[in-house]
Design a protein around this ligand. Structure first.
Ligand code: SF4
Length: 255
């Protein structure tokens, strides 16, 4: 996993699911995935198993946001709140910004839906080559003939570093569900809900690190690490329970 210093190191990825109302940890999982893109559905299932019911609303940070996660939450009828990764303008072409003149940026290539191809500023055709899944979009790649580009008089302005293939451009498409998610996350109401995430989700993490001093597991292997993480969260929950009981008792005291 990526480390705070920017490097990568073998790590355990601990997933802690927290109930927003009480602050109680309701699920703990340990995986060896290098990122969180596929970890929300297992978290939902942990919650169902532990609580006997499905969450109505789930908030995560941007590390969980992907097309698949948005579709999965839609399918489960769970309201999903998370920051939107703005991919607009990203990866329109691997060439843009690499010494390409503005008049040969991808935006200058004209798409023809009928033939599903692009026409470059020199009138050459870029045919469909394949598609790539991005986090929130599907990106379709189009490429010109090598012979067209290698002999082109403006090649040095259009794809200067390209000696092997023809120039490519990408066309991105967003699913209706992703567009809806994006629109929702642009509303103040959704943003307000998201602003509460840090306190709810990060408190157990910070508490466990600061108060219990757990910065590294004392055992190895998913099963053993899972047990250590679970016992740590149980200990944390006992502290939360004591606080909740104390608050109730304080409210019940006569004035
Ligand atoms: S280098 Fe290729 S894509 Fe670019 S303008 Fe020339 S023919 Fe068109």
């Amino acid at each position: 996993m990526k480390q705070a210093d920017g490097g990568f190191a073998p790590s355990y990825n601990v997933q802690i699911d927290t109930d927003a109302k009480s602050g109680v940890v309701v699920g703990v999982g340990v995986v060896q995935a290098g990122n969180d893109f596929e970890q929300l559905e297992p978290g939902i299932e942990r919650g169902e198993q532990n609580l006997g019911k499905t969450a109505k609303k789930v908030v995560t940070d941007g590390g969980f946001v992907s097309r698949e996660t948005i579709l999965a939450m839609n399918q489960r009828a769970i309201e999903y709140i998370a920051p939107c990764v703005d991919e607009a303008g990203k990866g329109q072409s691997s060439y843009d910004g690499r010494g390409v003149s503005p008049e040969y940026h991808s935006s200058q290539f004209v798409y023809d839906a009928h033939s599903d191809s692009y026409r470059c500023p020199q009138g050459k055709i870029l045919c469909y080559e394949g598609k790539e899944q991005r986090h929130m979009q599907v990106s379709y790649r189009y490429r010109a003939q090598r012979s067209d580009c290698q002999g082109c008089p403006v090649k040095s302005q259009c794809c200067p570093g390209n000696r092997v293939t023809g120039r490519s451009v990408h066309r991105s498409e967003e699913l209706a569900e992703v567009a809806e998610f994006r629109q929702k996350m642009a509303t103040e109401q959704a943003r307000e809900i998201y602003r509460q995430r840090a306190q709810v989700a990060e408190t157990p993490n910070l508490w466990i690190e600061a108060k219990f001093g757990l910065r590294q597991f004392s055992v190895r292997g998913l099963r053993k690490v899972g047990m250590e993480a679970l016992w740590t969260c149980v200990t944390y929950n006992i502290g939360v329970w004591i606080r909740l009981r104390w608050r109730q008792a304080a409210v019940a005291l006569p004035a």
